[in-house]
Design a binder for this molecule. Structure first.
Ligand code: NAD
Ligand code: DAU
Length: 351
């Protein structure tokens, strides 16, 4: 059985990737390495936690000695690296934790993979999951981020992800480490931590709390359903070319205010409120510092070379997402109250 290390598997996207790999690839043994920061939640993986080909490992990628030991103990065939600090607003108030996890943590993994795989490098794969934010912001409608777009990160988060991407490419060029990178647009779907726009709005709508829209709500994001991202990662992990980069996106651009209005209208219907009632909760608040105006991905390379396309229309994906949150209010309440973290105490011992 090939051993695959997935980092950050208790987080939003990571949990969907772990589920997909555990269920679609019974010939792999999946090791989910996660530090269980505020963003990691093992509740996300209840349905697969007892699978015979799944093991959870609690640990921090910043801890070089621990990572080295893990690679020595297990002869990993491949790594799918998602562990990261992922929220732009947090990066503005605490940039250093982004440097530590996103940059130092990634370099620790690269170093351990390089030394563990040195005898047969070509039989391994290091997959680094990155973001479209490394390309900066777009202004003109009809322009898109390509794999060749110059890097221009503008927040501490995107600067840390850009830096990690550069290290991954440097290890490929210098040490011939077999790597692949993908840069994806905004994800949405079940298990999304409610500090991010869509789950925050859903949570506040349910609670009848103000809906904080940054600035004038004119910033644009390109939204992709999280299971489509997990499927893209699966395809790229298996069929992507060594050393290559693939952009992943939804071709689904929304102005923030239009998206929030749509959510309000969907939820008015679902919650039996009068049309327009929820939209009254919209509150324009101080803009995010350095707020990128627009992101939009051109995913032609991935679609032409590896045959991937998004499967869900936004209306369907959003409906599924809203239903998931309405049916999992305990998850939402546990996350927002912080009680879910107590759940870990004593359940998993430190390695
Ligand atoms: P998330 O914040 O939901 O999850 C991150 C996970 O990493 C958590 O489980 C957390 O406990 C774990 N983690 C954090 N620091 C760690 C450390 N030092 N050691 C081990 N584990 C640690 O993030 P997400 O939104 O699921 O994003 C996953 C990856 O995908 C990130 O690399 C992010 O940059 C990238 N990405 C995210 C999006 C998006 O829209 N969310 C889009 C494109 C790319
Ligand atoms: O583009 C990919 C990136 O998408 C990922 O790399 C990041 O990890 C992920 O967090 C996401 O970054 P954004 O900053 O785009 O996502 P966020 O949900 O924080 O914000 C989406 C938009 O909504 C953005 O323009 C800011 C705005 N916003 C956000 C929040 C939380 C609001 O207007 N109000 C809010 O309360």
């Amino acid at each position: 059985m090939k051993k695959i290390l997935i980092t950050g598997g208790a987080g939003f996207i990571g949990s969907h990737v772990v589920r997909r790999f555990v269920t679609s690839h019974p010939d792999y043994h999946i090791f989910n390495l996660d530090a269980l920061t505020y963003a990691g939640n093992l509740e996300n993986l209840r349905d697969v936690e007892n699978a015979p080909n799944y093991t959870f490992v609690k640990g921090d990628i910043v801890d070089a000695a621990f990572i080295e030991k893990l690679f020595t103990e297990h002869n990993f065939y491949g790594v799918v690296h998602l562990a990261a600090e992922s929220h732009v607003d947090r990066s503005i108030s605490d940039p250093m934790s982004f440097v530590m996890t996103n940059v130092v943590g990634t370099v620790n993994l690269l170093n351990s993979a390089k030394s563990a795989w040195k005898e047969d490098l070509q039989n391994h794969r290091f997959y680094h999951v990155s973001t479209d934010e490394v390309y900066g912001e777009l202004h003109d409608p009809g322009t898109f981020f390509l794999e060749t777009t110059k890097y221009d990160p503008r927040s501490p988060y995107s600067a840390s992800k850009a830096s990690s991407d550069h290290f991954v490419r440097a290890y490929h060029n210098t040490y011939k480490l077999p790597v692949v990178i993908s840069n994806c647009s905004n994800n949405y779907g079940p298990n999304h931590f409610p500090e991010k726009l869509i789950p925050l709005m859903i949570h506040n709508i349910i609670q009848k709390k103000p809906l904080p829209v940054y600035g004038k709500g004119e910033n644009i994001r390109d939204w992709l359903f999280v299971e489509d991202h997990a499927r893209a990662i699966d395809v790229i992990f298996h069929d992507g070319a060594n050393g290559e980069t693939y952009n992943i996106g939804g071709h689904n651009e929304w102005k923030n205010i239009d998206l929030v209005m749509l959510l309000c209208s969907i939820m008015d219907k679902k919650l039996g409120r009068e049309e327009g009632e929820t939209a009254q909760l919209i509150t324009y608040v101080t803009d995010r510092a350095g707020h990128d105006l627009r992101y939009a991905i051109d995913a032609t390379k991935l679609s032409n070379e590896l045959g991937w396309k998004p499967s869900l229309q936004f209306a369907e994906g959003l409906e599924k997402t809203v239903d998931w949150y309405l049916n999992n209010q305990e998850w939402l309440n546990n996350v927002t109250s912080g009680t879910y973290q107590k759940y870990y105490d004593g359940m998993y011992s430190e390695r």
